[in-house]
Design a protein around this ligand. Sequence first.
Ligand code: AMP
Length: 600
Amino acid sequence: MAAGIESPTRWSTIRKDVRSLAVLPNLVDYDEACRTFTWDSARRELTGLPGGGVNIAFEAAHRHAVGERAEREALRFVRADGTTHSLTYRGLSEEANRFASVLRSLGIGRGDRVFSLAGRIPSLYVAMMGTLTNASVFCPLFSAFGPDPIRQRLQLGTGRVLVTTRALYRKKVAPIRSALPELRHVFLVDAEGAPEPDTLDLTALLRDAEPYGPVAETQREDMALLHFTSGTTGTPKGAIHVHDAVAAHLATGRFALDLHPDDIYWCTADPGWVTGTSYGVIAPLVHGVTSIVDEEELDAERWYRILAEQRVSVWYTAPTALRMLMKAGAPLAHEHDLSALRFVASVGEPLNPEVVVWGTEAFGLPVHDNWWQTETGGIMIANYAATEIRPGSMGRPLPGVQAALVRRDDEDRPVMLDGEAELVTEPGTVGELALRPGWPSMFRGYLNEEERYRRCFVGGWYLTGDLATRDADGYYWFVGRGDDVIKSSGHLIGPFEVESCLLEHEAVAEAGVIGIPDPVAGALVKAFVELRPGREPSDALRLDIIGFARKRLGPAIAPRELDFVESLPKTRSGKILRRLLKARELGLPEGDTSTVEGSR
Ligand code: AMP
């Protein structure tokens, strides 16, 4: 047990004695910070472009390339065999300049979208910084996506350039290339010596490019990043983020992750998702710390070895990962020297109180849960290094963030009073988590979907789609999603995307997709399928449909389980009632079924 932390039980508050923590936290007086902090003060701490304006890549990489941080490791990559290779701040800045110059030479400019589809390899980070340096827009895709989600996102986002590997290109992009007429260039990071038709060799292009060059002038509201996220209906939504977001990455890195200049920091999220970009790339670089990047996947023994050997001091991970480590047992943690570790945080799904407390046994530190989503671009609610933890609570709003709970009516719509959303004020009562717009990393739109964006804002609040309660001291407690979106291993999955794919199987007439609880992944995707006339359910057909979905959607999205049903419950207007499917599957009360087709 670390000094300054009491031995807790599942439900007890974990109090901290600030004086005996290893490092004095950045945020000691929460109430005072909430009173005095402004986003403008965070903006003023940025260096800003020499000619005015702000650019994420300048704050994250280029400004550190001169001066005392220049030779510090910005990114330290851990290979499969445990050896490492690094990019210094100067090296990252030079590579990013080369990448920007390659884009320029190909006529890719301001606002053009550059996509990536790659594992956590150096080129991904260089491409991100280089794209932003060039005032182009970066859109990372998760490398475990199958060809369908890749094609759809490249089409929706009008991808002009794709950075990927030879293997991913051959397997997932070449078969859909003809459906992507807007995609002008594919850069392969590992094509040296053996060209692939219709692609460019990125290594050769970078070698010939200039390592110095101007950072394109971008303003606060210029689009910088595009992150696709899933909704309940329709296509994935492209959440637009702007260069102003970097002020939030700076402030939240300081308050919620407690980053100090000498930290060795490890964010385990993949940059294919927003956490891996905001906090796996931007926030740590803005703070000038050294970031660890593991090129491999989760493995308990490997992760402990990385924590120990790389002397990680601040670790940002996810509930699914922590639950897997918990399954492997605390003794495995004790076999490793975790003495450098001083702060552990988690995001992405509900964090069980058991896991928070287990952290004190395994690492000698509790786990600090925090909450945010693709649309918020940065951490909004958090447990802080200096303040007490109530296991099971997401914590309290960041300084500068105004959160509230909006009351919902029986049809899950916000209750309005004189044009204002009615707020839940009684402690312990459920409402929809809402945020007052105005923080720098707030999304500025859903690409080409103005109406969908507008609907997120009601009576002066941004509605998050999550249900929560608040206790008398202002701590927020997650209750559940207000919609049918599924969180599995930290990945947000839109049931509609999965259902649409299943409908393309020749035997499937209708499909309904829900999340079912899983002790490690949080939820697993389960499909209910109505077959076409003349088709009979069988185990072989079940496997065939699951295999079909895996091939197209990739293993991260495809259903794990599939049941055949005679008919799916639907509303009178024909919408599949996923909530009812879920209630039946879990043996829960079915609630109001008056709108169900065939009911009275
Ligand atoms: P994404 O946009 O993929 O980052 O997913 C955001 C969603 O993940 C949120 O709207 C929540 O439903 C869920 N989420 C994120 N953090 C937490 C947390 N600390 N506790 C519970 N759910 C969370």
